[in-house]
Write a protein that binds this ligand. Structure first.
Ligand code: FBP
Length: 358
C-alpha cells in the first residue's frame, strides 16, 4: 500500500515535467512543504512551548502579534530563502518585502504568504493555517515592491496548509486543486484528495453575521434570504458555519461546497478584512481550479490589479451558483434595480422592526 502512494514530490515532478522551469517551481513548493511540516510540529506543541497569549508587538495590519505569528513567519523565510529559487518574499507579518540575503543566489519566484491564518484561534486550540502565493519574477535585478503588484491571474502556484486533527496541504499549479495529508511517521505529504471539485449548488454559507449591520444591502439581502429558509424567497433551508480561520472555512467548501464571504463593510475599512495578495488571491486560484467562483462581489478576484502589498479586499467565493447570485444582488443594488428582502419577522405588523439599512 505504501509503495503505491503518491507523495507531494512525485506528484509535482509529474505535473510540472513539461512546463518550462517546472522543476524549479516543484523544488520551491517542496521547500514550502518543508516549512509547513515545521510549522505543523511547532503549532502542535501549544501551551507546552508557551505558544499561547499575545506579544506586545503590532504588525503592519495594526493587529497584536501572537508568538506563533512571528515564529511561523521566520520558519517560512528561512526554509525558502537559501535555495536559489526565490527572488523575494512578502508576508502579512512584515511591513516591507524580504530581500534574499546576499550570500544566497536570487531565484525566479516571488513568494507571498500569511504564515498563520486565523492565529486568534491558537489560544482555543482551533484549526489554523498557512496560505501562500507564487508569482514569477523574470528580471535579473532584485525585486522592488512594484514587481509584486501582479494580479492574481499571474500566479504560477498557490496553496494552503490546514493544521487540524491532520495537517493537510492543498495546492494548485494551474492544473486542478489537489490535497495532500501529512503522514507524520514517514514525514511525507501523500496525495489524498486529488482533483477537488466544489459543487455548483449548496445550502451552506459561511460569514461572520455579527457584522451584518455594517454590510452593504446586497450582502444583507443574500444572508437574510438564506436565514428565512423554506419560508423565504429561496424556498429551502440553509446551514451556517463560521470557524474564523479562513483556511478551515474554505477547506470545508472545497470538500462539501458552500459559499464563504468576508464582504465590504463600514466597520473599520470599506474593503473588508482579508488581504488581496496573500489571502484572497491564492484562495481564489484554488477555488477556480476546483470549479468554483471567486469574486469581490463586483468582479473576478483574480483580475483585480493590486494597489499595495497589504491591500484589503471584499471576498465572496465558493459554489458557482451562489457566488453568481451574490454578484447579481450587487449589480442590482448598484443599478437601483434591487428588491431588498424584508423577513416576515421584521415586517410592518411584527413585534420587531429591522434597523434602517446602510
Ligand atoms: P489573520 O490572518 O490575522 O489571522 O486574520 C484573518 C482571519 O482570521 C480569517 O482567517 C478569518 O476569516 C477572519 O480573519 C476572521 O475574522 P473575524 O474575527 O472578524 O470573524
Amino acid at each position: 500500500m505504501f509503495t503505491r502512494r503518491t507523495t507531494l514530490s512525485k506528484f509535482l515532478i509529474e505535473q510540472l515535467k513539461t512546463s518550462p522551469d517546472g522543476q524549479m517551481l516543484a523544488a520551491l513548493l517542496i521547500d514550502v512543504a518543508a516549512a509547513i511540516k515545521a510549522i505543523s510540529a511547532v503549532a502542535a506543541k501549544g501551551a507546552l512551548e508557551g505558544h499561547t497569549g499575545s506579544l506586545d508587538t503590532i504588525n503592519v495590519q495594526g493587529e497584536v502579534q501572537k508568538p506563533l505569528d512571528v515564529m511561523t513567519n521566520e520558519i517560512m523565510l528561512h526554509h525558502c530563502d537559501w535555495g536559489g529559487l526565490v527572488a523575494g518574499m512578502a508576508s502579512e507579518e512584515m511591513d516591507a518585502p524580504y530581500d534574499i540575503p546576499t550570500e544566497y543566489t536570487r531565484g525566479r519566484y516571488l513568494l507571498l504568504f500569511d504564515p498563520l491564518d486565523g492565529s486568534a484561534n491558537i489560544d482555543f486550540n482551533v484549526a489554523v493555517g498557512t496560505i501562500f502565493s507564487v508569482l514569477a519574477h523574470d528580471k535579473n535585478s532584485a525585486p522592488t515592491e512594484a514587481d509584486y503588484m501582479q494580479p492574481g491571474n499571474h500566479q504560477v502556484a498557490a496553496g494552503y496548509a490546514l493544521y487540524g486533527p491532520a495537517t493537510i496541504m492543498v495546492l494548485t499549479v494551474g492544473q486542478g486543486t489537489h490535497g495532500f495529508t501529512l503522514d507524520r511517521e514517514i514525514g511525507n505529504f501523500v496525495l489524498t484528495h486529488p482533483n477537488l471539485h466544489i459543487p455548483e449548488d449548496t445550502d451552506q454559507f459561511s460569514i461572520n453575521t455579527s457584522n451584518e449591520r455594517f454590510w452593504e444591502p446586497p450582502m444583507q439581502r443574500y444572508v437574510d434570504e438564506c436565514k428565512a429558509g423554506k419560508a423565504g424567497p429561496r424556498g429551502r433551508d440553509f446551514n451556517m458555519r463560521w470557524i474564523a480561520s479562513m483556511v478551515a472555512d474554505v477547506h470545508r467548501i472545497l470538500i462539501f461546497g458552500g459559499v464563504f464571504s468576508y464582504p465590504r463593510d463600514n466597520k473599520s475599512s470599506k474593503s473588508g478584512r482579508l488581504r488581496l495578495m496573500y489571502e484572497a488571491n491564492p484562495i481564489a486560484f484554488l477555488v477556480e481550479q476546483a470549479g468554483g467562483v471567486a469574486s469581490t462581489g463586483r468582479g473576478r478576484m483574480l483580475d483585480e490589479q493590486p494597489q499595495s502589498l497589504h491591500q484589503r479586499i471584499p471576498v465572496v467565493l465558493g459554489s458557482k451558483h451562489e457566488v453568481e447570485r451574490i454578484e447579481q444582488y450587487h449589480r442590482e443594488f448598484d443599478t437601483g434595480t434591487d428588491k431588498p428582502f424584508i423577513s416576515p419577522l421584521f415586517n410592518e405588523r411584527s413585534l420587531f422592526r429591522k434597523e434602517a439599512r446602510l
